[in-house]
Design a protein around this ligand. Structure first.
Ligand SMILES: NC(=O)C1=CN([C@@H]2O[C@H](COP(=O)(O)OP(=O)(O)OC[C@H]3O[C@@H](n4cnc5c(N)ncnc54)[C@H](OP(=O)(O)O)[C@@H]3O)[C@@H](O)[C@H]2O)C=CC1
Ligand SMILES: CC(=O)C(=O)O
Ligand SMILES: [Mg+2]
Length: 760
């Protein structure tokens, strides 16, 4: 396929082939199902399946609410579509809608830890669709209808809501309306408008359009102040063409016939139609300080650039993540369902929707605290025209929106299991956030604020090329691919990457005029280590890792990633021949192990084989420093097979001695040991040692030796389901990150960002 660049001025760009590759790589698609109970022994099987499973069966038969205790039902939402209105792409059928529905399912998981499965129902017949869904009630805690065209969606939703005793929510209607309402509340606030006086034009009289204007009218906008338009123009009283009962309900008496007519003097444009539907001429005739929400996906009715070119007084929002003010239902559905599921709500009613809109609007008006600022691109956002709505990555959403929704469900009498302790509930919600994404998001945001030039040393390798393109596409900086021009181009073609996009440079070391300088630089460092000038020349010319590391050492690049084709220790030796340790630091490897609700740093996972006590203390200091760079307040556990002297042994004594060294150094972080990993991580076990100086479970684990560090992180990854990032190489004077052989392009991008962020 021809590589078409889907780019925008704000940085995130990709080719069509990259989008396909993203979906194809690894397991095709975006989700898989994992068991939550062990299935290892005969006993496990007896409990999970016959005969043990009969016990919950009988319990549920006696009391159906027990299904929420013994099955996935309470946390499971189906995303169901027939593909009749896929985004703004039209009726492309059930199968073609699957990528969107899978996407929605993973967003449920990512943002609110709601398990979700997509179901594509292959019928365009309303009755058949209703009948396919109505009998699925026992399987799910909620039904999210998606991308079903109007007016069918109104009938389908209404019928299913009547029949089913779980929330049925057509997100394109209510999700969109809720988020748009939140944005409007704030835009009115900023422009000093009274909701009773505003004149709104909504283009698109489908699922999203009808729901948006119903909600704004419910909020106080007078009926006659809202003009609704569709492909035939304004919906006026008496119009006959292309009408249905839902449109008729919003027909008004007016002389306006076209969208242009309707927009003369209008305060608000709500676009839920198609790309390009709003023209510059139309924007010109709107009232001063117009509010323009161009929400069609994937491309808006008009772009912010186009609006900015003709007037500077508009408040502009789109449905896209790469512009300010993203009015997208992803801000709503994960949290609305989270709140609804957590109180076993029978439905999602208007009170819950309004509570969600108000909670979102309020959040955007609040000061952005430090730990949240990092989730926003560029500078810390401040409530204003460019920031009227929180961004999807705002980590506060999970602890603020579901409680508001749950409270509204309780107050309006639809909660089957009310929440007793709201504060405790908020804390539980925070722990549901995916820490992998949170940590990386923070790093990515920081790097975007000061983009770097990063060497991707193995420039002829396809994963490196894809990673370089993704790094540049995400606005993280410039990528320098080291390799022969024609080889890199050939590999880029295979990878579907537009290698000539701005921000990517191909550098052929052999042809560079810096060869001699670099060889001399290397010779000066290695001449007393048995290397001849010629050896250095050969290394510089032939070994891309030497070239890249010297570029970084000399300041010709800011950072480097490499390692997908060579052994870690070989690359590490190369790097150390070119770059020293930072003065006063020790070079070590720190791995980040991320599992649900928890991130721990493990050290040293890369360099020192059998550390002495002195070295263990150094490792603790380095790792604590990295923890702080990553935004964690370190609580360091010095690990051993023993805990506080028992059972005794030589390895444990070394660790005890390391603790004494840290005492003498008067370091400024919490540490203690020696202790076992269970004591370090489990507060109940730590409680058996009341003298332990850690104030909570450790988040930095210093291993007694390289082998235990390496073995334990690999086991965590393979058996424990943790994501392990690293080892990150820390303590070097200039940032270089080494990957493991066979790393995927997404791992490379993460490491490149970490290198650019410079954790040291
Ligand atoms: N940002 C967000 O969160 C969301 C955005 N959307 C976007 O909103 C749009 C509509 O989605 P949805 O309501 O589900 O789709 P529907 O198919 O239900 O409705 C589409 C509506 O748009 C109208 N329309 C199409 N082309 C034009 C045009 N050129 N000028 C005026 N009206 C037009 C149609 O008119 P007619 O009735 O005459 O056929 C119809 O009323 C899509 O682009 C979708 O991506 C949807 C949900 C959420
Ligand atoms: C965001 C969404 O649901 C849509 O565009 O259809
Ligand atoms: Mg949709």
């Amino acid at each position: 396929m021809v590589a078409t660049d889907k780019s925008s001025k704000s940085g995130v760009s990709f080719t069509e082939q990259e989008a396909l590759q993203f979906h194809q790589q690894g397991r095709p698609g975006k989700l898989e199902i994992n068991p939550t109970k062990p299935m290892a022994t005969q006993r496990d099987l007896s409990l999970a399946y016959s005969p043990g499973v009969a016990v919950p069966v009988k319990a549920i038969a006696e009391d159906p609410t027990r299904a929420f205790d013994y099955t996935t039902r309470g946390n499971l939402v189906a995303v169901i579509s027939n593909g009749s209105a896929i985004l703004g792409l039209g009726n492309l059928g059930a199968l073609a809608s699957k990528p969107v529905m899978e996407g929605k399912a993973v967003l449920f998981k990512r943002f609110a830890d709601v398990d979700s499965i997509d179901l594509e129902v292959d019928t365009q017949n309303v009755d058949e669709f209703v009948n396919s869904v109505r009998y699925l009630g026992p399987s799910f805690g909620g039904i999210n209808l998606e991308d079903i065209k109007a007016p069918d969606c109104f009938i389908i939703e209404q019928r299913l809501r009547e029949i089913m005793d779980i929330p049925v929510f057509h997100d394109d209607q209510h999700g969109t309306a809720i988020i748009a309402a939140a944005g409007l509340i704030n835009a009115f606030h900023l422009t000093g408008r009274d909701i009773k006086d505003v004149r709104i034009v909504c283009n698109g009289a489908g699922a999203a359009g009808i729901a948006c204007i119903e909600l704004v009218k419910a909020m106080g906008v007078p009926h006659e102040n809202v003009l609704l338009c569709d492909t035939k123009g304004v919906i006026y009283q008496g119009r006959e063409e292309g009408m249905n009962q839902w449109k008729s309900a919003h027909a008004v008496e007016t002389d306006a016939r076209s969208l242009y007519d309707a927009l003369k003097g209008a305060d608000v444009f709500l676009g839920v139609s198609v790309k390009g539907a709003l023209t510059e001429d139309m924007v010109r005739v709107m009232a001063p300080n117009p509010i323009i929400f161009a929400m069609a996906n994937p491309d808006p009715e008009i772009t912010p650039e186009e609006v900015a070119a003709i007037r500077d007084d508009a408040i502009m929002a789109t449905g896209r993540s790469d512009y300010p003010n993203q009015v997208n239902n992803v801000l709503g559905f994960p949290y609305i369902f989270r709140g609804a599921l957590d109180v076993l709500a029978t439905t999602i009613n208007d009170e819950m929707k309004v509570a969600c809109a108000e909670a979102l609007a309020k959040l955007a008006r609040e000061e952005v605290p430090d730990e949240v600022a990092a989730a926003y691109r560029g500078n810390r956002p401040k409530f204003g025209p460019e920031y009227i709505i929180p961004v999807p990555f705002d980590p506060r959403l999970i602890s603020t929106v579901p409680p508001a929704v749950a409270q509204a469900a309780m107050d309006s009498g639809v909660a089957r299991r009310p929440i007793v302790d709201m504060d405790a509930y908020r804390n539980q919600l925070s722990a549901r956030r995916d820490p992998v994404a949170g940590t990386l998001q923070r790093i990515f945001s920081k790097v975007r604020q000061s983009p770097k030039r990063v060497v991707f040393a193995e420039g002829e390798e396809e994963p490196m090329i894809r990673a370089a393109a993704s790094f540049v596409g995400q606005g993280l900086g410039k990528a320098i691919l080291i390799g022969r021009d024609d080889e890199v181009r050939e590999a880029a073609k295979e990878a579907g990457v537009d290698i000539d996009r701005p921000g990517i440079e191909i550098l052929n070391a052999r042809l560079s005029n810096r060869n001699m300088d670099y060889a001399e630089f290397l010779y000066a460092r290695l001449q007393r280590a048995g290397y001849l000038y010629r050896d250095c020349q050969r290394l510089v010319n032939n070994d891309r890792n030497y070239w890249g590391a010297i570029m970084v050492a000399r300041g010709d690049a800011d950072a480097m990633v490499t390692g997908i084709t060579r052994n870690y220790s070989v690359v590490l030796d190369t790097v150390r021949n070119c770059i020293d340790a930072k003065p006063g630091h020790r070079v070590i490897g720190v791995s980040l192990a991320l599992s649900r609700g928890r991130t721990v740093l493990v050290a040293d996972t890369a360099v020192i084989d059998m550390p002495t006590s002195e070295e263990l203390a150094d490792i603790a200091e380095e790792a604590a420093h990295v923890a702080r760079r990553l935004g964690y307040e370190p609580r360091v556990a010095m690990l051993a097979y023993s805990t506080f002297g028992h059972p005794p042994g030589e390895r444990s004594e070394r660790v005890q001695e390391a603790v004494k060294i840290l005492d003498r150094r008067r370091v400024d972080f919490e540490y203690d040991g020696e202790m076992g990993a269970d004591v370090a991580l489990n507060p109940d076990k730590m409680a058996a040692y009341p003298f332990c100086r850690l104030t909570g479970p450790a988040n930095v684990l210093v291993m007694p030796a390289f082998h235990s560090a390496s073995i334990s992180t690999k086991m965590l990854q393979e058996l424990g389901g943790s994501t392990v990032i690293g080892p990150l190489l820390v303590g070097l004077d200039k940032p270089v990150q080494i990957l493991t052989i066979g790393a995927k392009d997404s791992d490379i991008v993460n490491m490149a960002a970490i290198a650019a962020y410079n954790v040291t």
